[in-house]
Design a protein around this ligand. Structure first.
Ligand code: HAM
Length: 412
């Protein structure tokens, strides 16, 4: 329509420079933490065959039933904008024969994901996930390692979150338990919400997720999957818990924890923050030992998590720690003649690994100090008649004899 006002589509947002700084820092910090644990960066396409998600995420999930952006390409193929990453990573693992590599294959990615949900604070139709997956081993140390890594990233991003933990056991246990739960739901059918009732056959576990008062009270006496786990799964879960305890990673057992995706087996977890509104989940995941096989690959265990970048930043109570530039210098230039010295300083600071900027907009010295604050400099170097270095945290300022000494004062 000519003349009508164009806006970003509902549930989407623009990332402007002010937000980009925090986002980039979070991704930088995460890359640093994850690569330090041997996870390698990977990218997969933003759209995939619709069948991948239908089979991978599960036909009966909200994601597949209601939330996918699905379209036909010009060749009549059904494609879907990815609502999550695990299915795509498993597809890539199979397609590239990664089972032949030394196991486990540890991968991390980040990028845009799409779900057609009702937008609200912290819930968007295009959002960004940081995703980590470890394929090819069912060692409980991987479950624990992944949980600790997410706890560290959240902590260093200024997020206070509670870790909820449970185990869903294996496919056989779940199938038997499903029958038991169906019987329980059947006996309480009249108390249940329409939605839960319509899913008794396809996805009875989701009844634990319902806010409906009748359903909630019917679920209070429902049998718990955690009480039905077999010996091996109990031992596996026990080891995950012991490793978390040893690492000082506090958790709450939540036997009603049901994740909105069908592929989970054994360990499941979620980090929740009270500093978010209704959307309390900042990140979550679990083990998915049957997924690769279900998608046509060799039997391969896997475990992983995803965190919502926007939710982490919404829940963050302080600056996200910088990963690569703990030292950030701003070079103040009182007189234009000192520009070459300032320029030399900036190069030397950058060579030494610090983030360095100099005044480039003709501000007064006072204006330059304000700018140093705005760019969150840890140090100011004043390139005037004398060379001075100011520590912005302590306010302490002292003269240095040379460019080299200034660099040393900033980077040590
Ligand atoms: P998920 O719990 O569906 O798990 O999503 C992970 C995180 O993505 C959530 O905790 C939340 O922070 C963020 N998120 C999800 N939907 C939205 C939305 N509409 N708007 C903003 N943020 C959102 C998964 O996606 C699994 N693939 C995680 C996983 C990886 N499990 C194993 N490996």
């Amino acid at each position: 329509m000519a003349g009508s006002k164009l806006q970003a589509p509902r549930g989407t947002f623009d990332v402007l420079p002010a937000d980009a700084v925090r986002r980039d820092r979070l991704v930088g910090l995460s890359a640093h933490v994850l690569e330090g644990a041997g996870y390698a960066h990977t990218e997969t396409p933003i759209f995939e065959d619709t069948a991948l998600f239908a089979r991978g995420v599960g036909e009966s999930t909200d994601i597949v039933q209601k939330e996918m952006f699905t379209f036909e390409d010009k060749g009549g193929r059904s494609l879907t904008l990815r609502p999550e990453n695990t299915a795509g990573i498993c597809r890539a693992y199979i397609e590239h024969g990664m089972h032949k590599l030394p196991q486990p294959v540890k991968l991390w990615s980040w990028g845009p994901f799409f779900r057609h949900e009702a937008p609200q604070a912290g819930r968007y139709r295009q959002f960004t996930q940081l995703d980590v997956e470890a394929l090819g081993s069912d060692d409980p140390s991987l479950d624990a390692e992944l949980i600790v890594l997410l706890a560290q990233i959240l902590e260093r991003s200024g997020v206070k979150a509670r870790l909820l933990l449970s185990s869903l056991g294996n496919a056989d246990t779940r199938a038997e338990y499903g029958e038991e739960l169906r019987a329980h739901l059947g006996a309480h059918e009249s108390e249940l919400s329409d939605e839960v009732r319509s899913r008794i056959d396809t996805n009875p576990l989701r009844a634990f997720d319902s806010d409906h008062p009748g359903t909630r009270s019917a679920m209070e006496e429902a049998p718990r999957l955690i009480d039905r786990l077999d010996r091996e799964d109990i031992d596996h879960f026990g080891e995950v818990r012991a490793l978390l305890e040893q690492a000082g990673c506090a958790y709450e057992l939540d036997p009603t924890l049901v994740r909105g995706l069908d592929y989970y087996t054994r360990t499941v977890f979620e980090f929740e923050s009270d500093d978010l509104g209704a959307q309390r989940g900042v990140g979550g995941g679990g083990r998915y030992d049957g997924l690769v096989e279900k998608l046509g690959g060799p039997a391969t265990p896997g475990v992983g998590w995803a965190a919502g970048v926007e939710r982490v930043l919404l829940a963050s109570q302080r600056e996200v720690e910088g990963a690569y530039f703990p030292m950030r210098a701003y070079v103040v230039v009182p007189k234009a003649e000192e520009r070459p010295l300032a320029f030399r300083l900036v190069q030397a600071l950058r060579d030494a690994g610090a983030l360095a900027e100099m005044e480039q907009a003709g501000r007064s010295v006072k204006g330059q100090m304000k700018q140093a604050d705005r760019v969150d400099a840890t140090h100011v170097v004043i390139a005037g008649d004398s060379l001075e270095v100011r520590d912005m945290q302590t306010g302490e300022q002292h003269e240095v004899a040379s460019v080299e000494d200034a660099v040393r004062a900033v980077t040590q």
